[in-house]
Write a protein of this length. Structure first.
Length: 137
């Protein structure tokens, strides 16, 4: 009986931690907040319980067969760099635009980052909405 309780508590901690922070803290766990990331629904709306629970439960599939191999392949194969859980939950992880960063040519584009993706939603803290930024090489 003690082993079963232990398994349930560990599961709730590892699964519930992400779900609780994503739902109650605007899509940000402490690690995502520290790295300037946020989970939102594909349309830019805040994440709710069901999409958060779905994406986090499906992390088990992303982990298969080991070392997140399925997740890595799905990130590389999807247009918006989404894990299997993100695709099925209709969510995307976005990088927040930092307030106070100004550029003479307008908002920073992905050209200044090491990412190779073409389209990423970018958050705008002042307006609380997301826009798609397309880069050209």
């Amino acid at each position: 009986m003690a082993a079963a309780i232990y398994v349930v508590v560990v599961f709730l901690f590892f699964w519930g931690y992400d779900v609780a922070f994503e739902v109650l803290a605007s899509g940000r766990t402490p690690g995502k907040r520290w790295n300037g990331l946020q989970v939102v629904r594909s349309g830019g709306q805040p994440i709710t319980f069901l999409p958060s629970a779905t994406r986090n439960l499906l992390r088990l599939i992303d982990w298969l067969p080991s070392l997140y191999l399925v997740g890595i392949v799905s990130i590389l194969a999807s247009a918006k760099n989404q894990r299997v859980g993100d695709i099925l939950a209709g969510t995307v992880v976005v990088r927040e635009r930092r307030a106070g960063i100004a550029s003479p040519t307008g908002p920073r584009s992905l050209r200044s980052s090491s990412s190779s993706c073409q389209d990423w939603p970018r958050s705008d803290r002042k307006r609380s909405r997301f826009t798609w930024t397309t880069t050209t090489s």
